[in-house]
Design a protein around this ligand. Structure first.
Ligand code: ARG
Length: 293
C-alpha cells in the first residue's frame, strides 16, 4: 500500500519495506472436543463451577481446523475418548521431529490415559520410531521447536530431567527455560515460534518475558534479540498460544495488541474465538500437535 495519506501517519508501515513472510505447509494432529469439560482443576484457568458449552467448543475447534486446511495444511484427527475432557489439547501428547515421535507422560493423573491413545495413533499410522518418556513430559505444551533447537519449559509440568531425555531420544539440542507464573504453566502459554530458523538466520519468536525466571529471560534475550515481546494484556488472553506457518499467525481474537505488533513485522494475524477452550486453560496451539517429518 503506497499513497500520500500513509505518509502522514507515523504508525503506518510502508508495505514495501516489510520482509516477505513465506509460509510453509504443515502437518497437524488434532482431537475434536466432543467430551470437553472442566471437571477438575490442574491450572488456574479451570473453574468447574463455570459452565462450558461443548457445542460451542466444537464450533470454535472446527473453525481452527478449517482455517489450517484453508491455508493448505494437512490435519489429521484422533478419535476423542469419553472421560478424557482435556484430550482436545493434543499438543500435550507428542513431540515429533524428523519423523521421530516422543510421547507424553502427564503430571496430572486425570490426563495420564491420553498418552497411550496418542502413542497408539502414531504406531497405527506408520510411525516407526515412537518412544515413551520415563520422566513427566507434556510434549509440545512445554517444547517448542525453532528449527535449530528445542526450547523446553519447566517449572509447573514437564520435569527438567525430561529435557535431557528429549535431547537424547530426539537427537536435537535442548535449551531449558524456567516458567515462574502459574497462569503460564506450559511453555506454549508463554512463547511461540513465528518463523523457524534458516541457514542464515535464527528463528523469530514471540514471548512474554514476565512468564520466565530472570536467568531464562537472559537466555531468551541472547538467543532471540529480535523477538516480539508480548505484553501482559495479550499474554493474559492466551496470546502466546499462537500458531504460525511462517506467515499466517493464528491468535485468540482478544490478542489485538500482539496482532498489531505482528502485522508491523509482515505477518498476517488471523484472530479466532477460542473462549470456550480457554476455560480449560487452552488456546489454538494447545489444540495442535505438529508432525514434522
Ligand atoms: N486443562 C489442560 C491442562 O491443564 C490444558 C492444557 C493446555 N495445553 C497446552 N498445550 N498448554 O493440562
Amino acid at each position: 500500500m503506497r499513497n500520500e495519506a500513509t505518509h502522514t501517519f507515523e504508525t503506518m508501515t510502508d508495505a514495501s519495506a516489510l520482509p516477505a513472510r513465506v509460509p510453509t505447509t504443515r502437518h497437524y494432529l488434532m482431537c475434536p472436543p466432543r467430551y470437553f469439560a472442566v471437571e477438575y482443576v490442574i491450572n488456574p484457568w479451570m473453574d468447574p463451577d463455570e459452565p462450558v458449552d461443548v457445542d460451542r467448543a466444537m464450533e470454535q475447534w472446527t473453525v481452527l481446523r478449517d482455517t489450517y486446511r484453508r491455508f493448505g495444511h494437512e490435519v489429521d484427527e484422533i478419535e476423542p475418548q469419553p472421560g478424557l475432557p482435556d484430550m482436545v489439547f493434543a499438543a500435550n501428547s507428542g513431540t515429533v521431529i524428523d519423523g521421530r515421535v516422543l510421547g507424553a507422560r502427564f503430571r496430572a493423573p486425570q490426563r495420564a490415559a491420553e498418552a497411550e491413545h496418542f502413542r497408539r495413533w502414531f504406531v497405527e499410522h506408520g510411525y516407526r520410531e515412537v518412544t515413551m518418556p520415563t520422566k513427566i513430559n507434556e510434549a509440545e505444551g512445554d517444547f517448542a521447536w525453532t528449527g535449530r533447537e528445542l526450547l523446553a519449559g519447566t517449572g509447573f509440568r514437564t520435569d527438567p530431567d525430561a529435557h535431557a531425555e528429549a535431547q537424547e531420544l530426539l537427537g536435537v539440542p535442548v535449551v531449558s527455560l524456567r516458567l515462574t507464573d502459574p497462569r503460564y504453566y506450559h511453555l506454549d502459554t508463554a512463547l511461540f515460534v513465528l518463523a523457524e530458523a534458516t541457514d542464515s538466520a535464527p528463528a523469530q519468536v514471540a514471548y512474554n518475558p514476565a512468564a520466565f525466571s530472570a536467568g531464562s529471560r537472559r537466555v531468551l534475550a541472547r538467543m532471540f534479540p529480535d523477538a516480539v515481546l508480548v505484553r501482559e494484556a495479550d499474554a493474559a488472553v492466551f496470546g502466546c498460544n499462537g500458531i504460525s506457518d511462517g506467515r499466517n499467525v493464528i491468535l485468540p481474537r482478544e490478542a489485538r495488541g500482539l496482532a498489531d505488533q505482528l502485522a508491523v513485522r509482515g505477518y498476517e494475524p488471523v484472530l479466532l474465538d477460542i473462549s470456550e477452550l480457554r476455560k480449560a486453560g487452552g488456546g489454538p496451539k494447545c489444540c495442535t500437535l505438529e508432525i514434522r517429518k
